[in-house]
Design a binder for this molecule. Structure first.
Ligand code: 5AD
Ligand code: SF4
Length: 465
């Protein structure tokens, strides 16, 4: 069954509510669900829907898997490391199931959208009850009910038809920062990337649905809203409006909030989009524009459909229209065939563009993608290049952050920092992390912080009135 809308799941939700109510009588408390997330913001957003659906089915959310009666592990497949981490955690749940045989363990998301990983789970993790991929997210209640009613393991194959499911309940993890998915899937087939295989073809949500969701968030006091899609620049392709139109519509919503988006593909980023950002009231002057490599021949082998000149032209236009824009990027080091000269091209473009933030990755072969079939680079060389790239970016980021000292900037306060509860952390418009002293009442609010120290990764300061 392919549900177009979460309302179609109602019949299963009713059955599950009956099931959880009975279970509650046996347990003496409401059954609990633990959701664990790996991967990107899109996965975070999907997990907020898993949590919403679990509550709808009568579960209470919990933070400790040992307390749970239902565990949902939302996995990532972007690099080998992400998959290994998820598998290792799932491995640790074996003893939880041994202690509590009624525990239901679901593994979902990108990793199990791949058949070979479903097979791994089927054979090596016999205590996992249910797997389903990202395209079946809205079928969580139906699949869980199948598992319970038939009392057998369910391995949901990939959907043959990709839909935009609306109406799923969302239990947001924050009450002032929010993710809003505007499109799903990807059509680009970059030769290194697993995403098109695990998230299916591009499909966009209706503009009115997105506007209604953002309007509601702003009305509820959300301060920082990020629009999500694998390639937001191709939002609503084939319709008579585009991503820039969506942004200018959203910007009209009255209130005190910041709007961000990710991710942009350089081949589709338009001057129109940059113009809308520059003249907007709410859109952060922040651009995450994954470059991947500074070498034209590697970009071609990656199937990226842009070259260095095109990339530099977009950067030039962004800086012309928004001189204060914070620019960030993704780089892959050690793609098959990357020569020393190709790598030097990447180093050169980093020196030219001078990104505020850089997310760098060592190439990880993904089964089923074209690049995985190519001759691979020696891991030692990959490691050396990666270290050189980090060192260069460290110096650049430090130079870019230093001039912030002495300035007073608006920061959204997130609360006590991980390492020191006395020091609070927050994010400024460019999404850089800022540390300062604050009070619990200031959490979730914008504060003005005068910066007195900066390093390559963060800024420090004090709140001023
Ligand atoms: N190996 C390493 N990094 C990858 N990315 C995507 N696929 C791979 C891979 N196979 C990186 C890209 C992308 C980011 C989200 O992850 O830089 O932009
Ligand atoms: Fe996100 Fe891609 Fe990882 Fe899926 S594979 S969770 S889309 S980063």
């Amino acid at each position: 069954m392919n549900q177009q809308n979460y309302q179609d799941a109602q019949v299963y939700i009713e059955k599950l509510r009956g099931f959880t109510a009975e279970l509650a009588e046996v347990l003496g408390h409401t059954p609990k669900c633990f959701v664990l997330t790996f991967g990107c913001q899109q996965n975070e957003a999907d997990s907020e829907k898993l949590a919403g659906m679990a509550q709808d089915m009568g579960y209470e959310l919990c933070d400790d898997p040992a307390d749970a009666d239902l565990i949902a592990v939302n996995t990532c497949a972007i690099r080998e490391h992400a998959e290994q981490k998820a598998l290792s955690i799932v491995g640790q749940y074996k003893h939880l199931k041994a202690k509590k045989p009624s525990l239901i363990i679901a593994v979902c998301g990108c990793m199990v959208a791949q058949e070979h990983r479903r097979e791994d789970i089927k054979h090596k993790y016999p205590y996992v009850d249910l797997t389903f991929g990202t395209a079946s997210l809205h079928r969580f209640p139906e699949l869980l009910w199948q598992k319970i009613a038939r009392s057998r393991r369910i391995f949901c194959p990939e959907e043959t038809e990709y839909i935009v499911a609306e109406g799923m309940p969302i239990t947001r993890s924050s009450d002032y920062r929010a993710w809003v998915s505007i499109m799903y899937g990807c059509n680009n087939f970059c030769s290194y990337c697993i995403v098109p295989y695990v998230r299916g073809r591009e499909r966009s949500r209706d503009k009115d649905e997105v506007i209604a969701e953002v309007r509601d968030l702003v009305a509820r006091g959300y301060k920082d809203i990020t629009l999500l899609g694998q390639n937001v620049n191709s939002y609503a392709k084939g319709k008579d409006y585009d991503f820039a139109d969506l942004l200018s519509e959203l910007d009209k919503i009255e209130g005190e909030y910041v709007l961000r988006f990710m991710t942009s593909h350089p081949k589709d980023a338009s001057y129109k989009l940059i113009d809308v950002m520059a003249s907007s009231k709410h859109i952060a002057h922040q651009f995450h524009l994954p470059l991947q490599s500074g070498s034209d021949s590697i970009l071609k082998a990656m199937n990226r459909h842009y070259d260095k000149a095109r990339y530099l032209d977009i950067v030039r236009y962004i800086r012309e229209k928004m001189p204060d824009a914070a620019l960030s990027s993704d780089i892959i080091v050690g793609f098959p065939g990357e020569t020393d000269a190709d790598f030097e091209d990447t180093m050169d473009i980093l020196r030219t563009v001078r990104f505020d933030m850089l997310f760098s990755f060592i190439y990880s072969p993904r089964k089923g993608t074209p690049a995985a079939e190519k001759e691979q680079i020696d891991p030692k060389i990959k490691g050396e290049r990666f270290d050189r790239l980090l060192a260069l970016q460290h110096d650049i980021a430090l130079e870019k952050n230093q001039p912030m000292v002495g300035k007073t900037i608006r920061v959204l306060c997130d609360g006590p920092s991980k390492n020191n509860p006395e020091i609070y952390s927050g994010r400024e418009e460019g999404n850089k992390i800022v540390f300062f002293t604050a009070t619990p009442e200031q959490v979730g609010k914008f504060v003005q912080v005068k910066i007195d120290r900066a390093d390559a990764f963060a800024l420090w300061g004090e709140i001023v009135n």
